[in-house]
Write a protein that binds this ligand. Structure first.
Ligand SMILES: C[S@@+](CC[C@H](N)C(=O)[O-])C[C@H]1O[C@@H](n2cnc3c(N)ncnc32)[C@H](O)[C@@H]1O
Length: 327
């Protein structure tokens, strides 16, 4: 097998796990792949169906020909820019394994801050009482995840909040299919309703068509990691992102903040009084989104949380009643 100037004779050179890893690492390094050691390990683990501990405990284990071929095929695809997660079909988020395909954004660790902020805000008193005898709540928490993608946010919140019912929306039917499989995989499919719609569009229609707000529209929380990259910033994205992740998941519009404008306006109509809005922020979006919320005059208790790199990453706010005419 010849791979970019490096000849690998499968039978002789890649007869065992150690040699495969060494060759794989060299191939990815020569292609300038970031985190090449991790990528070479993950691809080998995937092909062999083994974990990292097994690979390092069995360096002499023979690599069957079919596995060696498959490994080097995946290495070539990774070297050409395909993200490791699309090659292995999975990504961990909040300690859970999620299926990912090229139809969905690969869940990012930064988005775990959105989960933290949501749980913290929902932990505050919300008038939900637990029946001491049956353990059942007097009502379910109602949450919407807008632009659910892989479903990582909706599924994680459903797992963390057994008394929550969640609506997960996305404009992409292919993304929703992945999210549905992830909900089933983690045993929460019965508490998540999936809807293909533009932001909160279908929920607004449903709510306006009915007066029974208790059973229809008003939510305790609306959360979202919306697309927030500006169209003209595409060239600055790493090739793994720009060329392989879905454009609908990345680009928010010409400036990147367009989704926030529409989403916050729609959220006002669907949140109960004291309901919370929690949004992931794009790089540099914090001030603009804060200004948008302040202009709408429907929000209180606004907080911004930084990520581990010190970048403002999550904005949260609480829905107040309609403002007084002269307030
Ligand atoms: C940044 S990704 C977030 C995916 C996932 N929630 C996560 O955090 O990994 C944005 C998602 O919003 C969806 N989306 C884009 N435009 C939308 C719209 N107008 N209405 C609903 N969903 C939209 C995309 O298909 C994509 O799945």
């Amino acid at each position: 097998m010849r791979t970019h100037g490096m000849t690998i004779t499968r039978q002789n050179d890649v007869a065992d796990v150690r040699a495969a890893l060494k060759n794989g690492l060299a191939r990815l390094r020569s292609a300038g792949v970031p985190s090449s050691t991790l990528a070479a390990e993950l691809l080998l683990m995937h092909v062999l169906g083994r974990d990292r501990a097994w690979i390092y405990a069995h360096p002499e284990a023979a690599l069957p020909a079919a596995e060696a071929d498959r490994y080097f095929e995946l290495l070539e695809r990774r070297a050409a820019g395909e993200p490791t997660q699309y090659l292995t079909g999975k990504q961990e988020f909040w300690g859970l394994e999620f299926e990912v395909t090229p139809a969905v954004l690969i869940p990012r660790p930064e988005t775990e801050h959105l989960i933290e902020v949501t749980l913290e805000r929902l932990g505050e008193e919300r008038g939900i009482k637990i029946n001491m005898r049956t353990g059942a709540p007097n009502r379910m928490l109602r949450i919407v995840d807008v632009g659910t993608g892989s479903g990582c946010i909706a599924v994680t919140l459903a797992r963390e909040l057994p008394h929550a019912k969640i609506v997960a929306t996305d404009i992409s039917s292919d993304a929703l299919a992945v999210a549905q499989r992830n909900a089933a995989r983690h045993g929460v499919a019965d508490r998540i309703e999936f809807i293909q719609t533009d932001l909160l569009g279908a929920l607004l229609e449903r709510n306006r068509a009915s007066n029974e707000t208790e059973t229809t529209g008003l939510f305790d929380a609306i959360v979202s990691n919306p697309p927030y990259v500006a169209r003209n910033e595409a060239a600055e994205l790493p090739r793994e992102v720009r060329d392989h992740e879905p454009a609908a998941a990345l680009f928010g519009g010409p400036t990147g903040i367009e989704m926030y404008e529409r989403l916050t306006e729609q959220a006002v109509e669907l949140l109960a009084a004291r309901g919370i809005l929690v949004l992931e922020l794009g790089y540099d979006c914090g001030d603009v989104v804060r200004a948008t919320l302040s202009r709408q005059r429907e929000w209180a208790n606004v907080s911004v949380t930084d990520d581990l790199a010190g970048i403002p990453r999550v904005i949260a706010a609480e829905r107040v009643g309609k403002p007084q005419a002269n307030s």
